[in-house]
Design a protein around this ligand. Structure first.
Ligand SMILES: Cc1cc2nc3c(=O)[nH]c(=O)nc-3n(C[C@H](O)[C@H](O)[C@H](O)COP(=O)(O)O)c2cc1C
Length: 203
């Protein structure tokens, strides 16, 4: 697992997915991976951001986080995405980022990337699974290999039992130890599979 490069790429308006991504990045480092922690560029107009105090604060607090470029996808062996639901689908910010990957996709450079997704929603059944399915749909077109955590460890049950990827209720205060443990597990599993792909298939 030591030679695996992990990009943790997130979008967050109010901090939930930022914290989830941070836990994934920490778990990746603990597992010995080389880790990039990257935010997806904010594209909403400043007026919209200013209307929501939490959003405004979060944008200001994360100004120093490096912005994800498409080249970061080429660099990575494994990619963990974290993004909130927007009506059961992905935020437009994430979709815009994906819309810039055509060149890499066309050259086959996203094939065999090992990917996994996490999400959050306001409501316990607010579209978590469909958001992750929306994410994985793009991954399938890339030729990436999606690694869902499923029920591969008992920590998944305590974290709500979403087999598609760890999902949390919106709000940093809702990110409890169960979610943290499940993110650690999802990250470790993703890196393990990425190690097999990198060292088994590509060498
Ligand atoms: C335009 C919009 C649509 C949303 N749609 C839903 C929804 O359908 N169901 C739900 O439970 N939460 C919905 N939410 C709530 C977000 O998912 C929630 O704010 C997010 O998970 C918080 O993550 P963050 O702190 O990382 O931004 C929506 C939020 C926005 C702004």
């Amino acid at each position: 697992m030591n030679d695996v490069k992990l990009a943790v790429i997130y979008y967050s308006s109010t901090g939930t997915n930022h914290q989830m991504a941070k836990w994934a990045a920490e778990a990746g480092k603990e597992a010995g991976a080389e880790v990039k922690f990257l935010k997806i560029k904010e594209t909403a107009p400043q007026e919209a951001i200013n209307e929501n105090e939490d959003w405004k604060k979060h944008v200001e607090a994360t100004q120093d986080v490096q912005t994800a470029a498409v080249d970061d996808l080429e660099w990575a062996d494994a990619i963990i995405f974290s993004a909130p639901t927007r009506y059961g689908s992905l935020p437009s910010q994430v979709q815009s980022y994906f819309d810039m990957t055509g060149g890499l996709w066309f050259q086959g450079k996203l094939v065999n990337k090992v990917v996994s997704g996490m999400t959050s929603a306001q409501n316990p059944h607010g579209g978590q699974e469909s958001t992750l399915l929306a994410l994985y749909k793009t991954m399938f077109h890339w030729g990436a290999i999606a690694v869902p955590p499923a029920y591969t460890d008992e920590v998944m049950f305590a974290a709500g039992g979403n087999p598609y990827g760890v999902s949390a209720d919106a709000g940093k205060d809702n990110l409890n130890q169960e979610i943290h443990k499940a993110i650690k597990h999802q990250t470790k599993r993703t890196l393990e599979l990425a190690g097999y792909i990198k060292n088994g298939l590509n060498k």
